[in-house]
Design a protein around this ligand. Structure first.
Ligand SMILES: [Zn+2]
Length: 117
């Protein structure tokens, strides 16, 4: 009986420790990229594949804010901002970096912005 009481006490104590209130930070910073001409939100940093000195590559744009010719037989298509029609980079259909296509965006065409959610 004594062993059971000790074990029960042990579980109650450790159990209480797990219920300590956790301070959750709901104000997470979100980094987005906007068109340098019309400031339309085009890309989310979480979709960025990689970057170099001249360009940033994204797996996808935010809710179809960019446009390109989907019927092209070429592997590389010019990408435009849907709102202001500025050329922002190239859409590469498939290559060794990403077989599902990627958006290769000129660094001068987009501006980084941090927003509080
Ligand atoms: Zn634009």
């Amino acid at each position: 009986m004594k062993i059971i009481q000790v074990l029960t006490l042990f579980f109650v104590i450790t159990g209480c420790d797990y219920f300590s209130p956790k301070t959750s930070n709901s104000k997470l910073n979100s980094t987005i990229y906007v068109c340098s001409k019309c400031e339309t939100i085009l890309y989310d940093e979480k979709d960025m594949l990689y970057q170099n000195e001249t360009s940033k590559d994204f797996s996808k744009s935010i809710s179809e804010k960019v446009t390109y010719n989907p019927n092209s037989i070429s592997n590389k298509e010019k990408l435009f901002c849907k709102k202001c029609n500025m050329e922002i980079g190239n859409y590469i259909k498939s290559d060794s970096i990403n077989s599902n296509g990627r958006h290769c965006i000129d660094k001068n065409s987009i501006i980084l912005k941090k927003i509080l959610k």
